[in-house]
Design a protein around this ligand. Structure first.
Ligand code: UTP
Length: 463
C-alpha cells in the first residue's frame, strides 16, 4: 500500500471536519499509525456526507404518501401442487441456492459467539447452524442434487463461524458447497457529524446490515459463481429462525411460476402493535413499512371482516431471482440510522461504553430492493409452523419461546402422522419433542418412517 504522510492525512481530515481522528497520532507506534492511516484511507467520503445528511433530518424523512395493503397471493390446492412440482424440478436441476445472513451482532441475545452457534434444539441442543444445515442436507437428499449454501458472516464472527462448521464436519454437508463470505462495515457518527474512534488507532465500525449482502456478494464474485453454476433462484433467510422452511419447494415454485423478481413470505400479524414490517403499495411500488413508520390510524385500521387492514407482516424469508440480485448489486441501497450506545475512546486512550445512546449506527436493509422489483409475490404461511425467531435472551422471541414453538410444530407433525401426543393442562405437548430434518421433513415422511408400534411416552429426539 502506498504510504501516506501525516500532512496529507491532516489535510484530508481537516477538510472533512474529522481532524479529531488523529488526536492520538503522536502516541501511536508504527503499526498503530499504519493501521489508522489505512482505515482513514478506506473511508468513503461521499457516504460520510450522506450519513451527515441523514442524521440532520429530524422527522421521519421522506413524505410517506398514501399507502394501501399489498395483495397477498391466494394459492389453492391445485396451484400448490403445480408450484411444488416446479420448485422440486428447480432444486433437482441445481437452479436454486440457499442464502443465510448471519453477520449480525446478536446484541439482544447476548450470546458469546456467533448467533448461529446458539444451542436451540429442545432435546438435542443442536445449534441454529446445525438445524439449518441439516435441512439443506435433507433437501439435497430428497432432490438428489447439490444445493449451494451461502453463509454471510461479518468481521466479528467470520473466523468463529467457519471454525464452528469445520469442527462439526459441516453437519454432513459437502464443504465445497458451503460458501462463506463477509459483509462490509460502516463507521458510526456522533450527533455533530464526527466519526468515532473506538481505540487510539481504530475507528468504530459495525456490520453494514443485512442489506450489505448485495455489495458483499458482488465484491467476492459470488453472483458470477452462482450464475456459472446454473443457479437462477435464491432462497434468503435469517439465522435466528429455527423453524424456517428452507427452500420450501412450493414457495420457490410459485415465485418461478409467477416470474417474480422477489417473493416474500408473509403472515398475519398477531396484533396491531406487533413489531413486524408490513407490505404495502405506495405510488405503484411495493414497500415494506416498518412498524414504527405506521401511524396509529394505519396500525388500527380494519377491513369489513374485522381483519387488520395492514395485517400481513414480513418475516425476512424471501426468494430472489439471481438476475434481479445481480442488477440490484450495481446500485446502492439507502442507509438507515439508529441511535445507539457506541463505545468511544476516552482521552486516556481507553475504550468506554456510554451508559446511554451517544451516536448513530448505520445499516442497509435487504427489503429496500422491494420497490425496485417489477414483479412481486406475497406468499402467506402459518406462522406457528415456520417462524419462531430467537432475538432476546428472555421473554418474547427468546430461546424459550422458540423451543416451545419447535415442540408444538413437531407435535403437530406427529399428530398428523397419526401419533397420540399427550398434552398438559395448558394444551402444550407434555414431552419435549424434536425431529431431525434428515429423519423427516413433514408429517407424510414421518408416517412412512415411524414404526407402527411407535408410542410417545417421554422426551424424544427422532433421528
Ligand atoms: P437482526 O436485525 O435481528 O440483528 O438481524 P442481530 O444483529 O442478529 O441482533 P441484534 O439486533 O444485535 O440483537 C436479522 C438477521 O440479519 C442478519 C442477522 O445475522 C440475522 O440473521 N444481519 C443483521 C446480518 O447478517 N448483518 C447485519 O449487519 C445485521
Amino acid at each position: 500500500m502506498k504510504t501516506i504522510s501525516l500532512e496529507e492525512l491532516e489535510n484530508k481530515l481537516t477538510a472533512a471536519g474529522q481532524a479529531h481522528l488523529l488526536r492520538f497520532w503522536p502516541q501511536l507506534d508504527d503499526a498503530g499509525r499504519e493501521r489508522l492511516a489505512a482505515e482513514i484511507m478506506a473511508i468513503d467520503w461521499g457516504q460520510v456526507s450522506r450519513m451527515q445528511q441523514l442524521i440532520a433530518e429530524t422527522g421521519p424523512g421522506e413524505s410517506r404518501g398514501d399507502i394501501a395493503p399489498a395483495p397477498v397471493a391466494r394459492i389453492d390446492a391445485a396451484e400448490t401442487q403445480r408450484s411444488r412440482r416446479e420448485g422440486h424440478a428447480a432444486l433437482a436441476a441445481g437452479k436454486t441456492a440457499v442464502l443465510l445472513v448471519a453477520g449480525g451482532q446478536g446484541s439482544r441475545l447476548g450470546f458469546d459467539g456467533p448467533k448461529g452457534a446458539f444451542p436451540v434444539g429442545p432435546v438435542s441442543h443442536a445449534s441454529l447452524f446445525e438445524i439449518h444445515a441439516r435441512k439443506v442436507l435433507a433437501l439435497e437428499k430428497s432432490c438428489r442434487a447439490g444445493i449451494p449454501f451461502l453463509v454471510m458472516t461479518s468481521r466479528a464472527n467470520d473466523a468463529q463461524t467457519r471454525a464452528f462448521f469445520e469442527r462439526n464436519d459441516y453437519f454432513g454437508l459437502t464443504p465445497e458447497r458451503v460458501w462463506f463470505f463477509t459483509q462490509g462495515m460502516l463507521p458510526a457518527m456522533l450527533p455533530d457529524g464526527r466519526l468515532i474512534l473506538e481505540a487510539p488507532d481504530r475507528l468504530f465500525l459495525a456490520p453494514d446490515g443485512h442489506g450489505g449482502v448485495l455489495a458483499a456478494l458482488k465484491r467476492v464474485g459470488l453472483l458470477d459463481k452462482l450464475a456459472a453454476h446454473g443457479v437462477e433462484t435464491v432462497f434468503y433467510f435469517q439465522v435466528d429462525n429455527p423453524l424456517a422452511q428452507i427452500a420450501d419447494p412450493v414457495f420457490i415454485g410459485f415465485h418461478r411460476r409467477q416470474r417474480a423478481r422477489m417473493s416474500l413470505k408473509v403472515c398475519v400479524k398477531r396484533s396491531p402493535d406487533e413489531g413486524l414490517g408490513v407490505v404495502a403499495v405506495r405510488g405503484g411500488s411495493n414497500v415494506i413499512i416498518e412498524y414504527t413508520e405506521l401511524t396509529e390510524d394505519q396500525k388500527q385500521a380494519r377491513e369489513h371482516d374485522g381483519a387488520l387492514r395492514f395485517g400481513y407482516g414480513s418475516v425476512a424469508i424471501h426468494v430472489f431471482s439471481l438476475d434481479f440480485l445481480a442488477q440490484q448489486a450495481e446500485r446502492e441501497l439507502p442507509l438507515h440510522r439508529a441511535y445507539k450506545k457506541i463505545p468511544v475512546c476516552a482521552e486516556n486512550g481507553r475504550t468506554e461504553m456510554p451508559a446511554s445512546p451517544n451516536g448513530f449506527k448505520f445499516e442497509r436493509f435487504i427489503f429496500d430492493v422491494l420497490p425496485r422489483a417489477e414483479r412481486v409475490a406475497l406468499v402467506p404461511f402459518e406462522r406457528e409452523h415456520e417462524f419462531a425467531p430467537v432475538k432476546n435472551a428472555t421473554g418474547e422471541d427468546s430461546p424459550d419461546t422458540a423451543r416451545a414453538a419447535m415442540i408444538r410444530r413437531f407435535a403437530h407433525d406427529l399428530r398428523e402422522a397419526g401419533v397420540d401426543v399427550p398434552r398438559d393442562a395448558a394444551g402444550m405437548p407434555r414431552f419435549a419433542i424434536e425431529i431431525d430434518p434428515l429423519y423427516a421433513a413433514d408429517a407424510s415422511e414421518l408416517r412412512r418412517k415411524l414404526p407402527p408400534e411407535f408410542r410417545l411416552n417421554g422426551d424424544i429426539y427422532l433421528r
